[in-house]
Design a binder for this molecule. Structure first.
Ligand code: OGA
Ligand code: MN
Length: 309
């Protein structure tokens, strides 16, 4: 296994590894560490089937499904399909998914840890995916902006995203709406493994920054989104069939780009690990002492956590 960085801030290509074979614990520890440091891992030239894709993805955490259950593979419901292809008059995957900047499943109370997207068929031109480092974006903010937003929260809304991205489709059913209530997340989150801070924003799925007048919220969100997607923090991936990309949704955003969907087919399979490291549990206890003889007086202040991250 060899590792080669793709850009200065984000992305590492992993070479000489065949993901049809189980990855040893030692190699997996190297991959996990590389993902924590570099946020995106690229494996080219793979030929994995669905169960191998699922097995490798599970190493990163338990896998999440999707509210649009029609796009989950029947035999492997951990696999979510993105595609413009229809079979027997039915789309086999969600087309135009993620054509704006987002972090996957940020609309859930406990969002994804990352995603593993495998390219089965890709157009020869366009249909690329951009990734941006939200660590780099946060760290490049001016100090007064860092201080201003450090403890702010934002409301993430799947309904808001769906309404904008898929305005031409049937609206979400009452069941789908009930399964995707709006959620509140910190605007600046802490990476649960490295402790590094990052910006947690997004287009469309992030409906508002909480506690601000609507205009101010819209303006601040636009400013942060524009900053977050600066080319200097990003990597543009040109897909080849057989590419598997793994990304860390705790500290990146990404977006797909359009392509000539009348001419070309694009078929992508995604598995989406859940962040089972959301809460870090630390316990403590006090030991007894001779309380007939000694006095013990302690004062405590209690800092609100910005977790669940
Ligand atoms: C995703 C996604 C982008 C693409 O799989 O989560 O946003 O290029 N995909 O298909
Ligand atoms: Mn996505």
């Amino acid at each position: 296994m060899q590792l080669e960085n793709l850009t200065s801030f984000i992305g590492t290509e992993v070479k000489s590894i065949d993901l049809r074979e189980p990855v040893s614990d030692d190699d997996f520890a190297v991959l996990r560490d590389a993902l924590n440091q570099r946020s995106v891992l690229l494996f080219r030239g793979q030929s994995i089937d669905e169960s191998q894709h699922v097995a490798f993805s599970r190493r990163f955490g338990p896998l999440l499904g999707h509210v649009l259950t029609q796009f989950l593979k029947k035999e492997h419901p951990e696999v979510y399909v993105l595609s413009n292809v229809s079979e027997n008059g039915k789309p086999i995957g969600n087309h135009k998914e993620g054509w704006n900047w987002h972090s996957d499943l940020s609309y859930k109370a406990e969002p994804s840890m990352g995603a593993l997207l495998y390219a089965l068929e890709v157009p020869p031109v366009e249909g690329d995916t951009f990734f941006a480092s939200m660590h780099a974006a946060y760290e490049a903010l001016a100090d007064d902006m860092k201080a201003r937003i450090r403890h702010m929260t934002a409301t993430h809304s799947y309904a808001n995203y769906y309404g904008k991205a898929f305005a031409d489709r049937n609206p979400l059913t009452p069941e789908q709406l009930a399964a995707t209530p709006n959620v509140v997340h910190p605007l600046v989150r802490t990476h649960p493994e490295t402790g590094r801070l990052s910006l947690y924003v997004g287009e469309d799925v992030v409906k508002q920054i909480d506690g601000l007048p609507a205009e101010e919220s819209t303006a601040l969100l636009a400013e942060l989104n524009a900053h977050a997607i600066s080319p200097e923090f990003s990597y543009r991936h040109k897909w080849l069939a057989g590419d598997l990309l793994v990304w860390d949704n705790r500290c990146t955003m990404h977006r797909a780009t359009p392509y000539d969907d009348n001419v070309y087919r694009r078929v992508m399979h995604r598995a989406t690990p859940y962040d089972d490291n959301v809460y870090r549990r630390v316990m403590h206890r006090t030991t007894p002492y001779d309380d007939n003889v000694y006095r013990r007086v302690m004062h405590r202040t209690t800092v609100a956590g910005d977790r669940p991250f």
